[in-house]
Design a protein around this ligand. Structure first.
Ligand SMILES: N[C@@H](CCC(=O)N[C@@H](CS)C(=O)NCC(=O)O)C(=O)O
Length: 85
């Protein structure tokens, strides 16, 4: 269940990816509850990321705001975005 600040956000990730671990750690430190979509064991998440974002690189933050969807790659950019929420 995401809170109001994080509604519309979903993080595409997988467990052993160090860049994903860095983002998940930042989420925990910031106490942000963001939907997690694990792409290694869930091919449908990988497919939707590829279709929407254009590449399967993780971590990737899907941001849906007022019906508009953007896909943010790069762990540092994602962490900066989360810190500014
Ligand atoms: N510079 C990127 C590196 C991310 C990265 O290398 N992710 C790896 C997994 S650890 C990956 O998704 N590789 C597969 C791909 O690029 O399609 C970041 O900081 O987010």
């Amino acid at each position: 269940m995401a809170d109001a600040k994080t509604q519309g956000l979903a993080l595409y990730h997988f467990e052993t990816c160090p860049y994903c671990q860095k983002v998940r750690r930042a989420m925990a430190e910031l106490s942000l509850d963001i939907e997690l979509r694990e792409t290694r064991q869930n091919p449908e998440f990988r497919e939707e990321q590829l279709a929407g974002g254009g590449k399967g690189q993780v971590p990737c933050l899907r941001i849906e705001k007022q019906g508009e969807v953007t896909w943010m790659y790069e762990s540092d950019a994602i962490i900066d975005y989360l810190k500014a929420l």
